[in-house]
Design a protein around this ligand. Structure first.
Ligand code: NAD
Length: 475
């Protein structure tokens, strides 16, 4: 049976779409079209934005602590549906179910964290100034357009609508076409949890639908996660309209292995930090920088860590790698693997398709003899492809790590934590781990250079959703 969605989620319920265009949703493990969604048009976007605008004043008028209460109820409701959500996400994008479960488990924690920030939000305070009695106010910016990719759909929605709602904004979500059913399910959960009608709306569609949302005059802020190319187009559109925008974009992050590395301790990080979610994670450490004195040893350890890793049906918790999200994504990854061979790099593991006849699978692949100027070392592949690059000195390792147009993640691995931390301080990036792949959600996340503008998460998460207003008074 094909699930057919003829609607968007607007003003608290499913509403028939204006657009007649449809987009198929394909299960990447079976290659079956199991659903169709609407490719939303300008009338659909307008209806959703107007619903969000209409709900705005009541929502903004609540005390921040009341909005925090709503977010906690949303967190509780999400928790109760997390298993269903995990399966739905896996069906749409092929995320291995154990990874999907871990992602959905994070989401209620995110909403509770944003609730705690709402509790601490000071909406008005006196400011001592040279001209006397001044009030500083923090007011919600208004309607937020949240545009998300397919690879971690629910956390990436939470990182936008959580702070937006906490700050007193309302939102229209435009999820990726590959992962829209989970966004609709989320909207239902939110309605059941008592989020008032119009506060959260979901319009399905592709790039044009997203661009229409960005351009809508009532949208005051855009929060985007996705590719650098789309981020540039969105930033340009927001520039024309002088709209606020935050951008979480692509990456090509480095794992810097110092020469005292304990390779047995590093091995578990290869799959979890260098190629999580079958390599479809923005902060994957896809460039492994290895001291030349230990190059062969590192290549072997990295290859060995991926060699035996179970890949197959993403619904089977035994599999750590699944298919890629789409035939298009598989083609893209295979093109890069071919390119790497042509550039003179050598495949030490993988390099083709696994022995699975149906589904968009590519084997985890490791290249050796890679230099940092090869395209496979410079461009975001967004698949399970790692390159191992040799370096001579610690300074050269830092220079290679920084010689990238991206700056999203990173990792330094060493038996000496202080030495690794000193190297981490020198890397141009938004986040970097030291012997760790566990990013703390209470800390800011985002990138520098082509990896984006602004931060999500962390104590300042509400700031992009608040306007500062100064009221200066004489007696
Ligand atoms: P994408 O940029 O193609 O699409 C992302 C979303 O933007 C989709 O909803 C899409 O419909 C919409 N969109 C595309 N072009 C648009 C435009 N011009 N105007 C408005 N909306 C537009 O990205 P994708 O292929 O879905 O996701 C993969 C990319 O996302 C990778 O580059 C990855 O690194 C990046 N990503 C970044 C982060 C991060 O936090 N930095 C997290 C996850 C993914």
């Amino acid at each position: 049976m094909v699930i057919t969605s003829e609607s968007h989620h607007i003003d608290g319920s499913f509403r028939p779409s204006h657009s007649r265009e449809r987009i198929p949703v394909v299960d990447p493990a079976t290659e079956e079209t199991f659903a169709t969604i609407v490719d939303g048009d300008a009338a659909d976007i307008d209806a959703a934005v107007r619903a969000a605008a209409a709900a705005g004043s009541d929502w903004a008028a609540l005390e921040p602590s009341e909005r925090a209460g709503h977010l906690r109820q949303l967190a509780d409701a999400f928790e109760g549906r997390a298993e269903e959500m995990s399966r739905l996400v896996t069906r749409q994008n092929g995320t291995p179910i154990s990874v999907s479960r871990a992602m959905q488990a994070q989401v209620p924690l995110n909403y509770r964290y944003f609730a705690s920030l709402a509790d601490r939000l000071v909406t008005e305070e006196p400011l001592s100034t040279s001209v006397g009695d001044t009030l500083l106010r923090r007011e919600p910016v208004g309607v937020v357009g949240a545009i998300t990719p397919w690879n971690g759909p629910q956390p990436l929605i939470a990182w936008k609508v959580g702070p937006a709602l906490a700050a007193g904004c309302t939102a229209v979500i435009k999820p990726a076409p590959e992962t829209t059913l989970d966004a609709f399910f989320f909207a239902e959960i939110a309605t059941e949890a008592g989020i008032p009608a119009g506060v959260l709306n979901v319009v399905s569609g592709g790039r044009e639908t997203g661009a229409t949302l960005v351009g809508h005059p009532l949208v005051r802020k855009v929060a985007f996660t996705g590719s650098t190319a789309a981020g540039r187009a969105i930033a340009a559109a927001c520039g024309r309209e002088l709209k606020r925008v935050t951008l979480e974009l692509g990456g090509k992050s480095a794992a810097i292995l110092l020469d005292d590395i304990d390779l047995d301790a590093f091995r578990p990080f290869v799959a979890s930090a260098c190629s999580p979610n079958t390599g479809q994670t923005c902060r994957s450490l896809t460039r492994v920088l290895a001291p030349r004195s230990r190059y062969d040893e590192v290549v072997e350890a990295v290859a060995d860590a991926l060699r035996g890793i179970p890949q197959g049906d993403p619904n089977d918790p035994a599999n750590f790698f699944g298919p890629l999200v789409s035939a298009r994504q598989r083609d893209r990854v295979e093109t890069y693997i071919e390119l790497g061979r042509r550039e003179g790099a050598r495949v030490v593991v993988g390099g083709g398709r696994p022995d699975i006849t149906i589904g968009f699978y590519v084997q985890p692949t490791v290249f050796r003899d890679v230099t940092n100027n090869m395209r496979i070392a410079r461009e975001e592949i967004f698949g399970p492809v790692l390159v191992v690059i040799p370096y001579e000195t610690e300074d050269e390792a830092v220079a290679l790590a920084n010689d990238s147009e991206y700056g999203l993640g990173g990792g330094v691995f060493s038996t000496d934590r202080d030495r690794a931390t000193a190297v981490a301080r020198r890397i141009e990036t938004g986040t970097i781990g030291v012997n760790s792949a566990s990013f703390p959600m209470e800390a800011p996340f985002g990138g520098v250079k082509n990896s984006g503008i602004g931060r999500e998460l962390g104590p300042a998460s509400l700031d992009p959703y608040l306007e500062l207003k100064t009221i200066f008074r004489s007696t």
